[in-house]
Design a binder for this molecule. Structure first.
Ligand code: PMP
Length: 454
């Protein structure tokens, strides 16, 4: 990126001199400097060089209602003036957290009427770990401690979140996972299905759960945690056979099921939750991101009534965060859900924009660099390969990052997960903006191919 605005250089210098950024290659960041994003409206961002960029990732999967919604600003401002902070510890509460609990319960699957609030998705999954172990202890089964996650699953970046997730790069830093967390293979047919049909692979991947439960011993297993669709792992949509088989296995064993809805929740699949889309009936659901459309940090865990009943008999739950149920975040969450409901945004995703995006995205299947296009709701993935027939990759070329850079330079944000390009635009994206996204994506695929051949 060539820099023309002197202020960009000043900000980049501040980055180099003072900022330690999350999930970044520090050496590269110091050399090249970050792209500075300065403002946003709808589904578009502007950088400090004045470039307008279509945000194909809704920030980090979170800006559900789009940028620039003044109602959310007003809700925050009003609450800040009235009660900017009070905690929800030690037998206190405030109106926004109580009203938001009710509204979240209204949109949650039946039988899940209580919410524990946190400041983020990671803290939500820390809460999950503490809560499921506390639950089993109260049930007189303290040895049921082990939580089963999935390789390449993502559940956040705190010690518990990163341990529940199955990202090897995260495990390598900090001796993770912590004890009591084990992982099974992911249902990633395109990358790992080999010669199996997707359906056969889906059954195989689900059966790994049963195998692991038996290996660990059902008396030691507290819970299984999974994203309905893996997001950060590369928008991995399980084969049709996967979730039905997992449900069958879960029904056979007395363990809790935790759906991590941080990405799928609040409409991304065209239903309120990914668990609604797949009819998963979880015991706990982790939420964040779309809860406040990312305008202010907030996460939480929605808990099934049977679990709450046990917790209610258990005395103190020695867990919580200063910002659990923060009043300003709660006020924004309330207004955000009001917008989602009143404007029927999720209904529109399901009936209109998701089918349109999926149809248009699949046109990219004819591109020589594209091995597979998959997607569901407003989630999409494009697999970049050297050989379509054999699914062979361009090894060591970093094709995903090449493509991502072309995207950024040509006014589109697509994220690269290895050589998989992924998108998750705001739920308010229009047909015209979807057209813009697909046109720019094709151009950047062309540029990537040219760079590889050149
Ligand atoms: N779970 C999932 C499925 C996620 O995608 C994320 C964030 N991308 C998290 C948990 C962690 O959320 P946070 O970054 O808010 O801690």
């Amino acid at each position: 990126m060539s820099v023309k605005n002197p202020q960009t250089l000043e900000w980049q210098a501040l980055s180099s001199e003072h900022h330690l950024a999350p999930f970044s290659d520090y050496k590269q960041l110091k050399e090249k400097g970050p792209r500075i994003i300065t403002k946003a409206a709808g589904v578009h961002l502007w950088d400090s060089e004045g470039n307008k960029i279509l945000d194909g990732m809704a920030g980090l999967w979170c800006v559900a209602v789009g940028y620039g919604r003044d109602e959310l600003v007003q809700a925050a401002s009003k609450q800040m003036k009235e009660l900017p902070f009070y905690n929800t510890f030690f037998m206190t509460a405030h109106p926004p957290v109580l009203e938001l609990s009710k509204v979240v319960a209204d949109v949650a699957p039946a039988g899940m009427t209580h919410v524990f609030f946190t400041g983020s998705g990671s803290e939500g999954n820390d809460t999950v770990l503490r809560m499921v172990r506390h639950y089993w202890k109260l049930k007189g089964k303290p040895e049921k401690k082990v939580i089963i996650g999935r390789i390449n699953g993502y559940h956040g970046s705190t010690v518990a979140g990163a341990s529940l997730g199955g990202m090897s790069g995260m495990h390598e830093q900090g001796d993770l996972p912590i004890p009591g967390i084990v992982h099974i293979p992911q249902p990633y047919w395109y990358g790992e299905g080999g010669d199996m049909t997707p359906d056969a692979f889906g059954v195989w991947a689900a059966e790994q759960l049963e195998k692991k439960i038996l290996e660990v011993g059902v008396d030691n297993v507290a819970a299984f945690i999974a994203e309905p669709i893996q997001g950060a792992g590369g928008v991995i949509i399980p084969p049709d056979t996967y979730w039905p088989k997992i449900k069958e296995i879960l029904a056979r064993y007395d363990i809790l099921f935790v759906a991590d809805e941080v990405i799928c929740g609040f409409g991304r699949t065209g239903e309120w939750f990914g668990s609604d889309y797949y009819d998963l009936k979880p015991d706990l659901m982790t939420i964040a991101k779309g809860l406040t459309s990312g305008y202010i940090p907030m996460g939480g865990v929605i808990v099934r009534d049977e679990v709450v009943k046990v917790l209610n008999e258990g005395g103190d739950f020695n867990h919580g965060f200063t910002y659990s149920g923060h009043p300003v975040a709660a006020a924004v969450g309330l207004e955000n859900i009001r917008i989602l409901r009143d404007e029927k945004i999720i209904e529109r995703v399901k009936a209109d924009t998701a089918p349109y995006l999926q149809k248009r995205l699949r046109e990219l299947n004819d591109h020589p660099l594209v091995g597979e296009v998959r997607g569901l709701g407003l989630l999409g993935a494009i697999e970049l390969v050297k050989n379509k027939a054999t699914r062979e990759r361009y090894t060591d070329k970093g094709v995903g990052m090449i493509c991502r850079t072309f995207c950024f330079d040509n006014g589109l944000i697509m994220r690269a997960v290895g050589d998989t390009m992924i998108i998750a635009p705001s739920l308010v994206i229009t047909h015209e903006e979807i057209d813009e996204l697909v046109t720019k994506a094709r151009k950047c695929l062309d540029l990537t191919l040219e760079a590889l051949n050149g």
